[in-house]
Design a protein around this ligand. Structure first.
Ligand SMILES: [Zn+2]
Length: 163
């Protein structure tokens, strides 16, 4: 993806207040991130581990989504699959919950999905980060197709948040 500035990141959020978007912790060293290997930007708040964020380009527009890790406990140790990049980890997948944008979110509606806990889906898809043995299914599709699938899954998730 195209490298993003802190300003672009803060301006992209669709499901939190302007004040929250202004205060949230953006990743350190933005200019040093491996942007060419990223399909979307995802990170955990280093100062609040239960908070996570992602910024994706959907239909030519940036959409930032604020997430919370659901700490239900159950299933944490089980192998589970990321719904975005289809990587299976032992304990490396978390249920992320996003308040819906606008009125629905204010009324407490949210959307949940299982995602890689470090939101590094782009790197798992490319084999640049290892999720352990048996993490990826043997698939006959190309890397481009896997990237497209990840982006399509992400677009579906973002659409549910903004619907
Ligand atoms: Zn993933």
């Amino acid at each position: 993806m195209k490298p993003l500035t802190e300003q672009e990141i803060r301006a992209s959020f669709v499901n939190c207040t302007k004040g929250e978007a202004k205060r949230l912790n953006v990743p350190r060293g933005l200019t040093d991130l491996p942007w060419e290997d990223l399909d979307f930007l995802g990170w955990r708040d280093p100062q609040a581990p239960e908070r996570a964020y992602l910024v994706a380009e959907v239909d030519g527009r940036l959409a930032g989504v604020a997430l919370r890790l659901s700490t239900g406990g159950v299933g944490q140790a089980r192998r589970s699959m990321c719904s975005l990049c289809v990587t299976t980890h032992s304990g490396g997948v978390s249920l992320m919950v996003a308040p819906r944008a606008g009125k629905a979110g204010q009324q407490g509606n949210s959307v949940g999905a299982y995602m890689c806990s470090d939101l590094a889906c782009s790197l798992y898809v490319r084999g640049k980060r290892d999720a352990g043995p048996g993490a990826r299914l043997h698939e006959s599709i190309t890397l481009e197709e896997k990237i497209e699938r990840t982006l399509a899954n992400l677009a579906t998730f973002v659409a549910k948040v903004t619907a």
